[in-house]
Design a protein around this ligand. Sequence first.
Ligand SMILES: NC(=O)c1ccc[n+]([C@@H]2O[C@H](COP(=O)([O-])OP(=O)(O)OC[C@H]3O[C@@H](n4cnc5c(N)ncnc54)[C@H](O)[C@@H]3O)[C@@H](O)[C@H]2O)c1
Length: 333
Amino acid sequence: MWSSTATSQPVLVTGGAGFIGSRLVRSLASAGHRVRVLDDLTTGRAESVGGVPGVTLVRGSVLDPEAVAEAARGTGLVLHLAGVVGMRLAARQAGLAYAVGHDGTANVLARSGDTPVVLVSSSAVYGLSDSSAVLREDVPLDRTVPLAYDGGAPGYATGKWEMERLGRQAWRHRPVLVVRPFNVVGPGQSGRYGMVLPTFFRQAETGTPLTVHGDGTQRRCFTDVDQFTSRLLDLAASDAAWRPDANVFNIGSTTETAIGDLARLVIEATGSTAGVVHVPYQSVFPGRTDVTGRVPRVERLTSAVGGTDWLSAAELVRRTAEARQGGAVTAGR
Ligand SMILES: NC(=O)c1ccc[n+]([C@@H]2O[C@H](COP(=O)([O-])OP(=O)(O)OC[C@H]3O[C@@H](n4cnc5c(N)ncnc54)[C@H](O)[C@@H]3O)[C@@H](O)[C@H]2O)c1
């Protein structure tokens, strides 16, 4: 479907100036690919891909069909990551988050010919799960599931659900692969938009108490960004992954960490004396319910591209602390 060694046609990465996208762009470029990035730079930064040989950044929106058509011309693969990301941002701009998920994906699918497309969806399509829920790709999800996550009005999760629905329809005409990331973290992630790990780091480093929503027993599976991107590219290069009846893949660590424990790990790693403050979830996100747990089943990923020795949350915190101490993260991010 797509060969990681076939470098004659460029790869388009939408949202390629973002946290995950820029890692993908750099990885593709270092493997000899020419890469086009289409990004409106709302949360992404031009510097994250600037100066990388073989990479062209086009500032534009996936909501603009002409910009998508231009960027997609002649490409051999499209990785579609553009999205309104981060709980704080997605809650404030729910309508836009939905539009980018739905309309942006419709544009990408309509304006990129028959080029194979990887749609980067989200674990949010599983809705208000708990730790015992079986989050497997073949479990049918109707629209009410992401809608409940969005608090009843279409937003980020419903937009991702629509992205997947459009992807299923598009399979009649061209190859589509869908990936569902689970809490991807690592050095370079911004804390401005509601991502928990960089928020904890910024608070610890500035002596501000770490804000834990609720009692801190809610759990997530934190996934290293480099492991995530390498698994995504492995899938894209695997013919077995592009089967129309089994083309959706969870990508994520399977070990849960309670948010209260994550806060403690960050405090230990930074030597901060800031402590923790518990904030009611409803006061931060009125009308919404927090997910108590979310563990991916990854058998499908493992059978397509082999097993992954996922990094632990402690190791992810250690590496992020090291990178921040080394100045890898710009102020305020
Ligand atoms: N980070 C995670 O844990 C996680 C989890 C689930 C899903 N995802 C998905 O992975 C993708 C990348 O997320 P990220 O963590 O790198 O976030 P990010 O905010 O760093 O990246 C998103 C990128 O999309 C760009 N963008 C936003 N709207 C756009 C538009 N209309 N047109 C063009 N570009 C636009 C932003 O400028 C940014 O560069 C997103 O689709 C997100 O929904 C991420």
